[in-house]
Design a protein. Structure first.
Length: 409
């Protein structure tokens, strides 16, 4: 993997670089989009997406989600288990695996649930699912019971699998739906306090010390979470974490009365965003994951209070991060590749195929228009943003799985 890491190379002659791409997919429009800043990257890896099948195909499908991922430069994603049926047994997991095998254009690696039905009452069949899942998570719900989480960690450690935690203390939510900050107070909204996230992280860090289990924290959003994880790493705890692009480039001062700004955890305040950026810079935050969470238009049209939690982001992640973090000089392109490719693959033991890569025109800009998304979900807080970086081509296993049709931009 280290050798491939050095191959973040500018491409001056597309034909020379792409001999393995399936020419049937490699349309002339792509070749016409030459600039002085065409760059190839290893296929991106997102360890936190929701592709909604089985059970919620009106929101997204494996076929549409994987196509959207390919357009975003991703060749590997890990799908969360809040599905119907929940993948808490070999039988239930098989339903998802069959759809993936039939419909996905990239590698889609499912999570197995930690508890039966993600209800937190009894452990799922971790042993039975271990060979076919990337890790175990009850994403969408926090494991409320300390004893249940301890047992899950013990079992996962024996299986050589990570516990991947959505950290949320239900007793502290009080019906909140955006951050308990300035915007909530000014507009009469019920807030979600930061402790509902960092409290469970603090609990689980101690359980990690006791069990030695590999532990990964989903979508951190608060300054306290960053501080706790930084300290735990310094003490040798086996812990990693992710955050999402939106938490790095927005805060609750950017909120509007629109469901496309509602996600869980919510956008926090400026101090939290600055702490997350510090965590990116110093390595406390290991990777950036999109938490791509599509819903129907109707589910996202009910305002901040009543819309479903979740936004889409897999088609905009790289342009947002390149425009806001790399072009501004905050991080290097190599650092961004660590966050989007290498750290996730190392932590989750996901090999990188040298025939998986994606080609971008970094000089080309576009305006985010959700009507152009390949995802069925259209709710994005980045609507209308002017961003740099257009994906020209994504190749999976030597076969082009996405090629730009110039009418898309």
């Amino acid at each position: 993997m280290g050798g491939i890491k050095t191959q973040i190379v500018e491409i001056k002659r597309m034909f020379d670089f792409l001999p393995s791409a399936d020419s049937a997919f490699f349309c002339p429009d792509v070749l016409s989009q030459r600039s002085d800043n065409l760059v190839a990257f290893p296929g991106f890896c997102d360890v936190h997406v929701h592709f909604r099948e089985p059970g919620f195909s009106y929101k997204e499908k494996i076929a549409t989600g994987s196509a959207a991922a390919a357009r975003g430069g991703y060749t590997t994603v890990c799908t969360m288990p809040n599905l119907n049926p929940v993948p808490d047994s070999v039988e239930n997991l098989r339903q998802q695996l069959d759809i993936i095998e039939r419909d996905s254009v990239i590698d889609v690696l499912p999570y197995g649930a930690i508890t039966v039905g993600e209800r937190g009452e009894a452990l799922a069949d971790l042993e039975g699912m271990a060979a076919d899942v990337v890790a175990f998570s009850d994403d969408g719900r926090g494991v409320q019971s300390e004893s249940m989480m301890r047992e899950a960690m013990q079992r996962a450690k024996s299986l050589g699998k990570l516990i991947v935690a959505h950290c949320e203390d239900n007793s502290l939510l009080h019906g909140g739906y955006i951050h308990d900050g300035g915007y909530a107070k000014a507009h009469g909204h019920r807030g979600i306090c930061s402790e509902s996230e960092w409290g469970p992280i603090k609990r689980d860090i101690e359980l990690c010390r006791q069990t030695g289990c590999g532990y990964h924290v989903c979508h951190i959003s608060t300054k306290e979470s960053v501080a706790l994880i930084r300290q735990a790493k310094a003490e040798g705890v086996n812990i990693t974490c992710e955050t999402g692009p939106h938490y790095l480039v927005m805060d609750d001062s950017d909120l509007m009365e629109d469901g496309r700004f509602k996600m869980n955890p919510p956008l926090r305040d400026k101090a939290d965003r600055e702490a997350l950026l510090e965590g990116i810079a110093d390595g406390t935050i290991d990777m950036i994951a999109t938490d791509h969470a599509p819903h129907s238009d109707e589910e996202k049209a009910r305002g901040l209070e009543k819309s479903a939690f979740g936004i889409v982001g897999i088609e905009t992640a790289f342009p947002v991060l390149y425009t806001k973090l790399v072009k501004t000089g905050f991080i290097s392109m190599e650092k961004l590749m660590e966050l989007l490719v290498f750290n996730a693959r190392k932590r989750f033991n996901i090999p990188l195929d040298p025939n998986d890569y994606t080609v971008w025109d970094l000089d080309r800009s576009f305006t985010v228009d959700p009507k152009d998304f390949l995802s069925m979900g259209k709710a994005t807080p980045f609507e209308g943003w002017e961003l740099s970086g257009v994906c020209l081509l994504t190749v999976k296993g030597g076969k082009a799985v996405y090629a730009l049709n110039d009418s898309q931009h």
